[in-house]
Design a protein around this ligand. Sequence first.
Ligand SMILES: *Cc1c(COP(=O)(O)O)cnc(C)c1O
Length: 389
Amino acid sequence: MKDTEVRKLTQKERARQKRVVNLIASENYTSRDVREALASEFTNKYAEGYPGARYYGGNEVVDELERLTQARALKLFKLSPDEWHVNVQPLSGSPANLAVYYALMAPFGKIMGLELSHGGHLTHGHKVSATGRLWTPVPYTLDPKSELLNYSAIKKIARKEKPDILVAGYTAYPRIIDWKKMRGAANAGGALLMADISHIAGLIAGSVYPSPFPYVSVVTTTMHKTLRGPRAALIFTRKDGTDFYKRIDKAIFPGLQGGPHMNTIAGVAVALREANTPNFKKYSRQVVKNARTLANELKKHDLRLVSGGTDTHLILVDTWRGGEGIGGKEASERLEREGIVVNKNTIPFDARSPQDPSGIRIGTAAETTRGKKEEDMVALAQRIAHILS
Ligand SMILES: *Cc1c(COP(=O)(O)O)cnc(C)c1O
């Protein structure tokens, strides 16, 4: 690179990424092939529209690329093109969710999502997000004792509030979601059930987490978390006789976005193929094994985990412990000084502020990509416990 300033920063960031232990649950390391696709000539191309129906000329190669990406996305999740449609153009997870709401709900329609401080995402109808202002949020919470989803309580709220869309799939929930029960809750309220599998898509692809596809109408996911792809998102829509998939395509373009980032879509295609290999299955199994080991070891060191453990790549540690411990901000800063990067996070029914919440969130997806195994987790738990004590 001739630009020495940016080159230096790139080198600095590369060195930083190599130096730290990365336990940020939403991050991962892309392959060289994914990054090569991102840097490809596809970045030069305008391709507003969809394959076979573009607004500019010169899109014959781009059409092939987008169709290939769609086919790979359906194949990865074992979906038939007769039953499912996929849009591969969302620029990221938030615009993907926005597009679903914009396509399928009138203004001020009701979005029923998990409370942000309980592990939901901003785009599930939180008031600081456009999704909580353009539509009406109907929040649900976790059970205060078990810190798990309470399906009968969710069903009750759905029956009473009659939301337009019920969102399942979270940002900081370490456990298995019972998709069938979520379907039951959606039915009770006459709601459309949407799964946002941004965090767990790689685990679902690797068959270590139950698939929501048999139970839902719409699935959104980011590519860049456990799926190990570039920053982008996908929207899957069931072809159930409705025109929902056409409405969602129209919501993405021309509703909310302009030209798709075809270089990113090339990277998505590469990542989807990488995720459809025995190696990736092995990887996702290891991600969960590492998280389970880390969770068990942290508990041995007397740390309190929200819900008592994990079924995924993700662990929530209650560092505050009702005042006996330290806040999440201090915990994350202490860890970072020792080269361990996590994020501070609220815990269910958190009495503290999001700027200084009661916990931290830990994930094993990134470090597992770097080859870490159970024995590394044992050592890591010891270090974390020592730094936090
Ligand atoms: C990360 C995440 C998103 C948003 O993704 P961005 O790419 O950051 O916009 C949406 N939903 C869930 C559940 C997420 O975890």
